[in-house]
Design a binder for this molecule. Structure first.
Ligand code: MN
Length: 246
């Protein structure tokens, strides 16, 4: 099995090395990742300047750093670096990607990019901790997840979140909590105003969701789809306002 590994934290993140170490038990690994952090860049692609890459072997793993986004890295990896990958793994992100984060996560975007190209994609994330995460306790759950998912080839895109001190795996649906936006003002050393954008959840987490699973100490496994169509509303809209196609 050929495995392409990307992330959004950048090629020097300890998370990508931990993922490569576990992945190498399952197949041949190639790392292609952004040269600097690209967290929260979502599925952006670089379209107005050239992309470049440099070979950067990491602890024995063949690796390339790219001056682009996570999605760029997957495209370069799959189409240029002559790697016919069977699966793209992304992460391990330092920070969970639960619920609404799916919309702006660069980690998940790398896996989505794979799925858009007809390859499989699996994203891994773990909560931010004060110190570096304890990868020795996270790695067994990455291994278990891969053992479970890799043979199930119909699962083309899966989002995985591994809590601290996890107690097992759990299938979960994406939580959709509403948030209140919050803009926190500050001042830079020159006295100029600047702002931080943050959000506050306004609803409790529902059982069966990814957030619920992680809050309760379970590794959440969420199969996702690329088709965003709201079929229920499409049908209602068609019935309400039939449009004449001539
Ligand atoms: Mn990140």
């Amino acid at each position: 099995m050929r495995i392409l590994i990307a992330n959004d934290d950048g090629i020097y993140s300890p998370g990508i090395l931990a993922l490569a170490q576990v992945a190498s038990e399952f197949g041949e690994v190639l790392i292609v990742a952004p040269d600097v952090e690209q967290s929260s860049m979502g599925h952006a692609i670089t379209a107005t300047r050239p992309l470049m890459y440099k070979r950067t072997p990491i602890e024995g793993f063949e690796a390339y750093r790219v001056n682009g986004t996570p999605a760029d890295c997957v495209a370069l990896g799959l189409f240029h670096l002559e790697h016919k990958a069977d699966v793209v793994l992304s992460g391990i992100n330092l920070g969970t990607n639960l619920g609404n984060s799916a919309w702006h996560s660069g980690t998940l975007a790398a896996a989505k990019q794979a799925a858009l190209f007809g390859c499989r994609g699996i994203a891994f994330s773990t909560p931010v901790t004060r110190d570096e995460p304890d990868f020795t306790s996270i790695k067994p759950f990455v291994r278990q997840s891969l053992e479970l998912l890799l043979p199930q080839t119909d699962l083309s895109l899966v989002n995985i979140n591994i809590p601290v001190n996890a107690k097992g795996l759990c299938w979960a649906r994406q939580s959709l909590r509403h948030y209140d936006g919050k803009v926190v003002p500050g001042k830079d050393p020159m006295g100029r105003e600047h702002f931080w954008f943050t959000v506050i959840p306004v609803e409790e987490t529902e059982e069966g969701t990814d957030r619920w699973a992680v809050d309760h100490g379970y590794v959440s496994l969420t199969p996702l789809r690329l088709d965003l169509t709201n079929n229920e509303e499409l049908q209602k809209a068609q019935e309400r306002s039939p449009l004449d196609k001539r």
